[in-house]
Structures are given as C-alpha cells and as structure tokens.
Design a binder for this molecule. Structure first.
Ligand code: AN0
Ligand code: CP
Length: 320
C-alpha cells in the first residue's frame, strides 16, 4: 500500500480487521519494521487524537517520529501553483514537499477542506501534491474529503461491540455553530458501505453527501424514523456538501436544535451504542446523559485510533 485515503486501499476489510485484532493483542509485534525509519506527521490543522494516537502507533512499529505544525514555526506555505508569491507566504509546497521527504520514510498529512472551492477540496489538492512530489508513502490524517484512520477505527469499534451479525448503523447529522468539513461522514459512509452493516443516513434536506462516498446508501430525512431499531448511532455535524445546491457548498444551512441526539431519541433504538469521532460539543451534538451513558463508545472509539494507525503504517512500511 503506497497511499491511504479510501477503504479500498486496504484491500479486503475482513483481513484488515483480523490484523487489527492481532495488533490489539500484541501492539509491538511488528516493532522491527520501523527500525531506522522515520514517520513525518504534518498538521495544517488542530488535532488531539490524531496527533497522539498516530505518534503512539509509529512507536509501536519502532519508527522515529517527527511532527510538524505548519502554522507554528514553519514558513507560511503557498499551495496553489502559478501564484505570484508577493503576499505573506514565504515558501511553496512544491519545494517544501520534496525537502521534507528527504528526512523521512512515510508521511501523514492533516489538511482540512477550505470549504469555499468544492472542486479544489474534492480534488484533494494538498494531499495529492504530497503523493505526487514526495516519492514517499502518504496517508491522510483527515484531508479535505476523507478521514480514513477515523473510519477504520470506527469499523474496528463496531466489530468489537456488535450484538448481531449485520447491525443497523445510523449516521446522523447533528447541529453545530460553525462550518465543519464532510471528511468524517464521507469516510464513515464509505467504510460502512464496504463493511457488512445495514447503513442508514439521516440529515436535514440540503445536507446530501457526495455520491462518491455515500453511494446508494438509504437516506431517511426523518431522524426519529431512522433511529428505530438502530444498533449504532453515529453522530456528526457537517457543512453543506453542495450536492443539490452548489452555491451552498461549505455553508451552515441549518442549526436546528431538534437534531441534537438525546435520550428520548436513543429510546427509539435497539438499545443502540452511541458513537462520535470527537471533539464533540456537548448539548449541541449530543446531550450529557447520552455521551456519559454506559452505551457511549466514544472513548473505546478514540482508543482504536492507535490500532487503525498501527495497521495502516505497518502496511505502508511493508511497501517500502
Ligand atoms: C473536525 C471535523 O469536523 O472534520 C475534526 C474531526 C475529527 N472537527 C472540528 O473541526 C471541530
Ligand atoms: N477524531 C479526531 O481525528 O480527532 P482530532 O481532530 O483531535 O485528531
């Protein structure tokens, strides 16, 4: 595996899940693979879980790790080719990427969507430049359209906690005061479609996800109806994907507090587990009692980020 962006990059998901279970039992089993090798983790945006879990995963594999916060201490980077660089940006990605590649063997990139130019975001402009110009295996640590390390961790968590062979998994939009990317729901939908689950997506009209990710998954606009008999409720806010109305791309078109996940709605489910990738705004996305309930999986889900990252970097190291 040379790049990690989509579920298909891992090949057969059941084998990847088996590998994850083995690594969880003995997370240092592949410590020899990273000897005298370095992972470079580049953050264009904030992170708590990805920053910590990916470093831990790299150490599990015996890798050295270098973390770069582009916005803290590096030169401001231009990402568009052809720009006259007489503004505040001192260096272009086209030089920075091959330079950074000199000092490492693997590269992880966090670079969120700008949420103004749909075509640029959906072409994965920044991640693609790393793939083209680094000559190194590159993995997304949440890029413009996808958060595959999160979706893989979510799948591992569902596999560990499911009570039936083919659980009903509901991806529900929830309100948020600020515009957030579509990366998490995109990847979650993509990975659930690739896995053996019954996926239902629920959101207000106008929040339709890109067909590239959501495919022909069932969409139910009535959130309460979607929750009926659910085994897993996966909450997330996302901004308008601009599928039905391109002019609304990246905007907050609803803040409807009736979409907050609360215990009354959870009571419609099949005693469903609650999931969220975190960070989460309490009493906006989900009420205190639901996130604190024994059916909340948010902490085990975050713990599995170390496991998903270990499997992914193991696969990348094996490709060197
Ligand atoms: C980001 C998002 O919604 O994509 C990161 C989630 C893992 N969330 C925020 O910016 C709050
Ligand atoms: N879930 C997740 O990716 O969290 P961070 O943004 O804190 O890394």
């Amino acid at each position: 595996m040379k790049t990690f962006l989509h579920a298909s990059d891992l090949g057969q998901l059941d084998l990847a899940l088996q590998e994850a279970a083995e690594i969880k039992k003995d997370r240092y089993a592949f410590e020899h693979l990273g000897k005298h090798k370095t992972a470079l983790l580049i953050f264009f945006n904030n992170s708590l879980r990805t920053r910590l879990s990916t470093q831990k995963a790299a150490r599990n594999l015996g890798l050295d790790v270098v973390v770069l916060d582009v916005n803290q201490g590096a030169w401001k980077l231009e990402t568009e080719r052809g720009v006259i660089m007489d503004g505040d940006k001192s260096e272009h990605l086209l030089e920075a990427i091959p330079v950074m590649a000199q000092y490492c063997d693997l590269i992880g990139v966090r670079s969120f969507a700008g949420l103004t130019d749909r075509a640029a975001d959906y072409s994965e402009n920044v991640l693609t430049q790393f793939i083209l110009h680094s000559g190194r295996p590159v993995f997304s640590m949440e890029s413009a359209t996808a958060h595959p390390l999160q979706a893989f961790a979510d799948l591992i968590t569902i596999e560990e906690h499911k009570r039936q062979a083919r659980p009903k998994v509901v991806l529900t939009w929830a309100p948020h005061p600020r515009a957030l990317p579509q990366a998490v729901p995109n990847s979650f939908a993509e990975w659930m479609r690739a896995a053996d689950v019954d996926l239902v997506v629920t959101h207000p009209e106008g929040y339709e996800l890109d067909p590239l990710f959501v495919g022909d998954a069932r969409v139910e606009y009535d959130q309460r109806k979607a929750f009926e008999n659910a085994d897993f409720i996966y909450a997330k806010n996302w901004s308008c994907p601009g599928v039905t109305r391109p002019e609304d791309y990246g905007k907050v078109i609803s803040k409807d507090a009736d979409w907050t996940v609360d215990s009354e709605k959870m009571s419609l489910t099949n005693d469903a587990a609650f999931m969220h990738c975190l960070p989460v705004r309490r009493n906006v996305i989900v009420t205190d009692d639901v996130i604190e309930s024994p059916r909340s999986l948010v902490i085990p889900e975050a713990a599995n980020r170390e496991i998903s990252a270990t499997v992914v970097m193991k696969r990348l190291l094996e490709s060197l």
